[in-house]
Design a protein around this ligand. Sequence first.
Ligand code: SAH
Ligand code: SF4
Length: 341
Amino acid sequence: MKRSTLLALPPADLARSVVALGEKPFRAKQLWRWFYQRYETDFDAMTDLSKPARALFKERYHPLLPQQVRVEASRRDPSRKFLFRFADGESAEAVFMAHEDRTTLCLSTQTGCPLGCAFCLTGRRPGRNLTPDELVGQFLSLVRGMAGERVNVVFMGMGEPLLNVEHLAAALPFLYETVSPKRVTVSTAGVLKGIAALGRVRPLPRLALSLNAGTDATRRALMPVHTYTMRELFEAMLAYPRKPGERITLEYVLIKGVNDTDAELGALFDLLKPHRRVFKVNLIPYNAVPDLPYEEPEEARVDAVGRMLARREITVTVRRSLGRDIRAACGQLAGEGLGPP
Ligand code: SAH
Ligand code: SF4
């Protein structure tokens, strides 16, 4: 079911939709400001619109945002997980993480993921691409009431962003209205064509890659997308345009006994050695997923791996997983609770 919407429309299209309703074109500028600068999508709150205009927009375009089916707040940390349902009944989750000086929004790009990584819950159902208005709607739903605050956006929720580059590229300008491109990160499992396509998007968002292995064999076993070689993967990343000093993040999910062994990490060091200034590594301790055979690493091992990398002058951070008690941590998003896929 295709639903018409006012969201994610470029200025000229927004003006056309407004005029089609019999309103003056300047209303489009007003709506733009409300949506993308003030994060307001409730027509009743748009005080500079005439009452009849508000009623008209509301009648024709309500609801603007995807339906929020559920919000869960973590009891252990300041994160919240949102479950959205879209017009066709498909769903996706997004996570709001408050830090001291900023807020990070982790958004989904698909309603599942066709890449099917062995360790990832999202990868157990293929799902579909989110449309530009669903991507923007997800963002606006999470940032409501936060105008003027510092927000980071990471496309690390459900799905593989680079299988949905076209819609993602169409959605980014609406986020860029308030969020600087350097605060927007797109995480990929390594869709080579997609990395090149994202590299042509302007303004350019930051790139993160889920590496998760040091050798081709381990990466292939964990991530079926790895039909190429590490060499080709690194070539694709090195070709991604970067601003001076900006680094590409390599995410590395540490899975006990699988990719945290000395042999695997030795191979990782060799891969990274020539490119110390290009990459930084983000270690993510694996979050166990029911029915999957993978185990979480001991904390001491995570710290040891971090120290090993740092000793070899590789910039490394360890991601403290927020939201684990509400299954909002990395790889735990699945749009659960809506019945079988
Ligand atoms: N598809 C993209 C973005 C979404 S996945 C990608 O793979 O990069 C976001 C991150 O969560 C990836 O780095 C992935 O490796 C990681 N991840 C998946 N399942 C996980 C789990 N169970 N525990 C910890 N991290 C996980
Ligand atoms: Fe998809 Fe990323 Fe999960 Fe792999 S890790 S299945 S690419 S969402």
